[in-house]
Design a protein. Structure first.
Length: 255
């Protein structure tokens, strides 16, 4: 179930972060993100401390800064919104280079930019150090609802199949004179999407019946999990980052 996939975000490295069990990394990432979100936006120094923690984890995991920077561009729409807030929000104003900016808008934009960036970087580090299959195993060990992990498992397994099917259908259309660049040919494109949906549905039915006939009961076999889970030492090691972040947040809230 875990073979034959292109891991778009996973970086194969030999690092202590990669070797941690997936459930510990998932829990640490979620806890770190919650701490960042709960930090008062006025405590600018605290977000600098969180950035240092992210940089330390990236260095330990041997994840290049350029790799993180390129993939964090997914948050660009939020960046635009954050930069627009000082111009759109009301309240007290300050003048910077002849432009009136809202103090509340500046804090709001900073709040969005800092917390979104740290959350994206933490998620990217999790994806870079954990394969898709291991993420699903970790969620299952954390008692995530079975229906969610099963759907995600099959999506991971068959997304490449559907992409290849769509590519073959596109080649077949082009070889018959279809050119999807023209607006009047959008009907053919829509028909192709509908056909792909039907093929995917039929394939899913066949796969499900085949699995039922082989004893599938709604959960993956024990071999899918490989081991019993993380040790106390591994949990403690993974908890170091959110614990440090929580300490920074506590100091920021008390100041």
């Amino acid at each position: 179930m875990g073979a034959g996939h292109v891991q778009l975000l996973h970086l194969e490295r030999a690092s202590p972060v990669h070797r941690l069990p997936p459930e510990t990394k998932i829990a640490a990432m979620v806890a770190f993100t919650l701490v960042v979100v709960a930090t008062p936006r006025e405590q600018l120094w605290a977000f600098g401390g969180y950035a240092v923690l992210v940089a330390v984890v990236a260095a330990l995991a041997r994840v290049p800064a350029g790799w993180l920077a390129r993939r964090s561009l997914i948050e660009v729409p939020f960046v635009f919104f954050a930069f627009a807030l000082p111009l759109l929000a009301g309240g007290e104003q300050i003048v910077v280079a002849g432009v009136g900016l809202s103090v509340e808008g500046l804090y709001g934009g900073w709040n969005i930019l800092a917390k979104a960036t740290l959350g994206v970087l933490a998620s990217l580090l999790l994806a870079a150090t954990t394969t898709g299959r291991d993420l699903l195993v970790g969620l299952d060990r954390l008692r995530c609802p079975t229906i969610i992990t099963q759907i995600a498992t099959f999506m991971l397994r068959y997304v490449d199949v559907l992409v290849d099917e769509a590519r073959r259908m596109r080649i077949a259309r082009i070889s018959r004179g279809d050119d999807p660049r023209f607006l009047w040919q959008v009907r053919g494109l829509a028909a192709g999407i509908g056909a792909l949906f039907l093929r995917a549905f039929e394939r899913g039915e066949r796969v499900y019946l085949a699995m039922i006939s082989r004893g599938y009961t709604g959960r993956m076999p024990v071999a899918w999990h490989d081991s019993g889970g993380a040790s106390v030492g591994q949990w403690a090691l993974a908890a170091a980052v959110p614990a440090t972040a929580a300490t920074i947040a506590a100091v920021a809230m008390l100041r």
